[in-house]
Design a protein around this ligand. Structure first.
Ligand code: ZN
Length: 186
């Protein structure tokens, strides 16, 4: 188990399209475990592969009591209109803004064993999945803001980004979550 460094706004990988995962290897399973640990240590509710410098189309989320890995996820249905809610991003620390998202979505994705499943999500989970799927296509929540709001968010970021001269956010080891038991750490 290890914590991964998080790429922050300005790192080119956050703008790249990801590549479809064709095979679930032991290395990929380790990546997913490390992403869950990193997300927890950073107190986030979602983390996408590009945020840890990887090009695979996968993300992890832990919101509304759902702990999911989504591999090759796709939004197959959008319902219930648009809802506005506050978002932040582990790659843009200390910047928050209201973002419009679909109220309810259905996501089709593969799990860690490669099996396809569908999940219908609204509330925080639905918002989080939309945010992470955006990441997998090089898109950040700030891209969805009006010009005025985006300008305000970028002003906040100007002050914050000096803390990350290498465009990497290194989590302190003290933030390592306690070892989970064998059954839940698979
Ligand atoms: Zn994010």
């Amino acid at each position: 188990m290890s914590l991964l460094d998080i790429h922050v706004l300005g790192s080119p990988i956050l703008r790249q399209e990801t590549a479809r995962v064709e095979q679930i290897t032991p290395e990929l399973r380790r990546l997913v475990d490390d992403m869950f640990d990193t997300m927890e240590a950073a107190k986030g509710v979602g983390l996408a592969a590009p945020q840890v410098g990887r090009g695979e189309r996968l993300a992890v989320v832990d919101a509304d009591d759902a702990r999911l890995v989504v591999i090759n996820p796709e939004i197959v249905q959008k319902q219930g209109g648009i809802v506005r809610g506050e978002e932040g991003c582990l790659s843009i620390p200390e910047v928050y803004a209201d973002v419009d998202r679909f109220a309810t979505i259905t996501v089709r994705a593969q799990d860690i064993d490669g099996a396809w499943y569908e999940v219908e999500a609204s509330g925080l989970l639905g918002r989080c999945l939309q945010h992470e799927i955006d990441h997998l296509h090089g898109k950040l929540f700030t891209d969805r803001l009006s010009l005025l709001k985006k300008r305000a968010a970028m002003r906040d970021w100007e002050e914050e980004k000096v803390k990350y001269p290498k465009l990497l956010r290194v989590l302190p080891v003290g933030d390592l979550p306690p070892e989970r038991d064998a059954a839940s750490s698979r």
